[in-house]
Structures are given as C-alpha cells and as structure tokens.
Design a protein around this ligand. Structure first.
Ligand code: MG
Length: 99
C-alpha cells in the first residue's frame, strides 16, 4: 500500500468509528480554513509579528490537523492522493525544467 493511501484509509476508519463519513465538503473546507488560520498564527509568532511564545510542537499539531482534513476531503470525493501526487510531480517537473 502506498503512503498516502495508507493515511487515507486510517482517516476513513477513524471517521467511520465516530460517524463522521457523511461530513459535507463545504464544512470540511471551512475547518481547513480554520486550521490554516491556526498555522498562520504560529508562523506570525515565529516571525515575531505576534508577541506570543512560538511553540514548534503546536505548529506541528496544526499542520497535521490540516493534513487530516486534506485526507478527509480527498476521501469524500474518492480521490486517490497517491495517484494525483505522482501526476502533480510530473506537472511540477515539466514546469521547472522549462526555466
Ligand atoms: Mg488545530
């Protein structure tokens, strides 16, 4: 089993256990925005814009919260991220090799 597929399966099983497999895509994306905001706050702390203590552990948690929701959103649409990951790299390689 490829890496992202394994993670998507883990998310699917977790969501099934708690009855969260029917969550709406728009709600998932709203939660993603919320998590991105939480990541942004940690980055603003890191850069010193916010005078609050930066904690790398907190940033790590927020990044994984967003990753969980990304996997969940992909599951909602039955998207195999391993497949699209490979095609994304092909696109990126083509784009960067043109320079
Ligand atoms: Mg969070």
């Amino acid at each position: 089993m490829r890496h992202l597929t394994k993670l998507q399966k883990q998310v699917e099983e977790y969501d099934k256990r708690y009855g969260w497999t029917e969550d709406r895509a728009d709600h998932i994306t709203l939660h993603m925005s919320e998590e991105l905001g939480e990541i942004s706050r940690r980055i603003l702390r890191f850069e010193g814009y916010k005078i609050e203590k930066f904690d790398k552990g907190e940033l790590s948690e927020e990044i994984t919260d967003l990753l969980y929701l990304t996997l969940k959103l992909a599951n909602t649409f039955n998207i195999c991220l391993d497949d699209v990951w490979d095609s994304m790299w092909e696109r990126y390689e083509k784009k960067t090799s043109r320079k």
